[in-house]
Ligand binder design. Structure first.
Ligand code: F6R
Length: 241
């Protein structure tokens, strides 16, 4: 794995934004796998800046987001749909029809998940997948468990994840209890992976990801089996390495 350690979140934002845009410069119709949460905010901001400076063009890019809450209106400010529009899509020239999300409000979630996998396949697969990591080692909403879930699926969120994500909601009771997420197999099929971790509360998961056994108890550890993974870490996230 290519492990890059930075002094500041700003530096990671620039490096990660450049990395994602570099993919688009090399292949204008790239398929990007995207994440939400606090971690990608600065990278997305840098991608917007590069677009505004005329350095990169997203008009042929296709995106697939990793996950979405269930039973939350897409217009709710906490939906990942709203997050991505506010923090990236509304500021770049990606056509709306090229943007893909799992629909957490679909009547038949299993059919929705299977259709999402087909849409990724039809787009030619994901060229680069951007990931954050949960303090418990989750990637997307693949929570620690005793087996790896291969493809997109519905998941009951762990208490620790609900706790982590409650900072975005008015109260913890408003955090949805379920989500739809790409699976470990969907993520592992991406041609390249960029994973970013910020802060001390990610240090244990990062240590396990890099040095631990590959186990569904730390879903991110499976990335050891991928051949093209870059990690961008701040010093706090790298503090146990
Ligand atoms: C979000 C996602 C999650 C986050 C993770 C870290 O789409 O897939 O796995 O990447 O929970 O979240 P932050 O970045 O808020 O610490």
């Amino acid at each position: 794995m290519n492990v890059l350690i930075y002094d500041t979140e700003e530096q990671i934002g620039i490096a990660a934004g450049n990395y994602m845009c570099g993919q688009v410069l090399a292949k204008s119709n790239s398929v990007l796998g995207l994440a939400t949460g606090s971690t990608p905010l600065k990278p997305y901001n840098h991608m917007i800046q590069l677009y505004q400076q005329g350095a990169v063009d997203f008009s042929q890019v296709t995106t697939f987001n990793l996950d979405e809450y269930c039973k939350l209106d897409v217009k709710d400010e906490n939906s990942y749909h709203s997050f991505m529009h506010k923090n990236l899509f509304d500021h770049i020239n990606i056509p709306e029809e090229n943007i893909h999300f799992l629909n957490g409000n679909a009547e038949d979630l299993e059919t929705e998940c299977a259709a999402y996998e087909e849409r990724i396949k039809a787009a030619g697969g994901i060229d680069i997948q951007l990931l954050g990591i949960g303090s418990n080692g989750h990637i997307a909403f693949n929570e620690p468990s005793d087996s790896f879930q291969r493809w997109s699926h519905v998941v009951a969120l762990k208490e620790s994840t609900i706790q982590d994500n409650s900072r975005f909601f008015k109260s913890i009771n408003e955090v949805p209890t379920h989500a739809v997420t790409m699976g470990i197999g969907s993520i592992m099929q991406a041609k390249r992976i960029l994973i970013i971790a910020l802060g001390e509360n990610k240090a244990k998961a990062i240590k396990q990801l890099i040095d631990g056994h590959v186990t569904p108890a730390c879903p991110a550890s499976v990335l050891q089996f991928h051949t093209d993974v870059t990690l961008m870490l701040d010093k706090a996230a790298a503090s146990l390495l």
